[in-house]
Design a protein. Structure first.
Length: 374
């Protein structure tokens, strides 16, 4: 007999869009019988529609390559997907999936699930001159994502289908990014002591720069203030004009390393900072809650941090090639992933509304998407 988790996994696989590899949203069925997300299908149509050799425009099915013609030739090409019928059977299965997931999530803690690889995405552009080094990823409110590529001096904007829509070249290597409004992000340029403010709407547009006293590395937004780590064992809290509101002194790193990553977690009312072989947790008033180390995992240099919906902490251990799962109280739970082939995890970012995360690696053109499954 199938378990609840197996049922959820089986239904999820059936309801996966062949284009974006995510669960279908607004499933549209085309005449050959295949089903896709409405937005994915329209994006595909925009690229593939052709008039060549046909009295009416058509596009090939993304799966079986059958030429698809619309019965109403008066519909504009950019409205084709919307004019197609919804797949009622798939919509019904999606309702079942939601109910099953609600039960599944209520009885299965994320501490008990396995990290299963969903897909691998190549994030290199033809104009890139070196291997990508995706130091940070930010999910935007419109479901797009912004990737910070240290090697290639770029921020790259990716759509829901993991396709690169646009990139912006910067004057130096960028390291970290956070959202400061619905349409603006802040990107650190450590070697220029600069935070660049970029507007993201249909296109990316440089708006202004904030100069800092020291090299600015990891960045987060906390209560309308910018929190940045520096190369001077000091955390700076700035207002939106760059004025220093507060400084927090950190301990010194024996290896003179930079605090690589910061996570402001309102669920746990904590700020987490990775620093050499330590994870330091602060309260919202900057009292130290705990300092986490793990002597059982050798050569640990902690870099990327994120948290899940239960408040568990995920910590990338670069040289040791693993991802640790830690409780909100700073206790080791388990090694969630151990990478192979000498790959060193660099950053980890959870999707906003699903138990999935993206993992990036030191100097690697591919990022990997994982889902926590029972």
């Amino acid at each position: 007999m199938a378990t609840s988790s197996q049922t959820v996994a089986q239904i999820s696989e059936v309801l996966q869009c062949p284009i974006c590899l995510e669960t279908l949203t607004r499933p549209k069925v085309i005449p050959c019988g295949h089903t896709f997300c409405a937005l994915c299908l329209q994006s595909y149509i925009n690229k593939k529609v052709t008039h060549s050799g046909h009295t009416q425009p058509c596009f090939p099915c993304p799966l079986c390559r059958t030429d698809i013609h619309l019965s109403n030739p008066n519909i504009r090409t950019d409205q084709w997907a919307e004019s197609l019928p919804m797949n009622i059977i798939v919509s019904s299965l999606m309702d079942v999936l939601v109910r099953k997931q609600e039960v599944y999530h209520s009885i299965c803690s994320l501490k008990e699930r396995k990290a299963v690889k969903v897909c691998k995405v190549n994030v290199r552009e033809s104009s890139d001159f070196g291997e990508c080094h995706i130091a940070d990823i930010l999910y935007l409110r419109d479901a797009r994502m912004l990737m910070v590529d240290w090697t290639n001096f770029k921020v790259k904007l990716f759509g829901q289908n993991h396709e690169c829509q646009e990139s912006m070249e910067l004057q130096e290597n960028p390291w970290s990014v956070c959202s400061i409004s619905d349409t603006e992000v802040a990107v650190t340029i450590p070697r220029h002591n600069t935070i660049q403010i970029i507007e993201i709407k249909d296109k990316m547009l440089y708006k202004r720069a904030i100069r800092t006293r020291f090299e600015c590395w990891a960045i987060a937004l906390l209560q309308d203030q910018l929190v940045i780590t520096t190369n001077k064992d000091i955390i700076l809290i700035l207002d939106m004009d760059g004025n220093v509101i507060k400084t927090v002194q950190m301990g010194t790193s024996p290896m003179e390393l930079i605090p690589d990553s910061i996570k402001a977690d309102t669920t746990n009312s904590a700020i987490y900072i990775s620093y050499d072989s330590q994870l330091i947790a602060y309260s919202m008033t900057w009292d130290v809650l705990f300092t986490y180390t793990n002597q059982d995992i050798p050569n640990s240099r902690y870099v990327g941090i994120d948290t899940d919906r239960e408040g568990n902490i995920y910590l990338c251990s670069s040289e040791s090639g693993c991802v640790q799962q830690i409780s909100a109280e700073g206790k080791f739970i388990r090694t969630l992933l151990s990478t192979k082939e000498g790959k060193n995890p660099l950053s980890i970012t959870f999707y906003p509304d699903i138990d999935r995360f993206i993992l990036t690696y030191d100097y690697c053109d591919n990022v990997e998407v994982y889902e926590l499954l029972f």
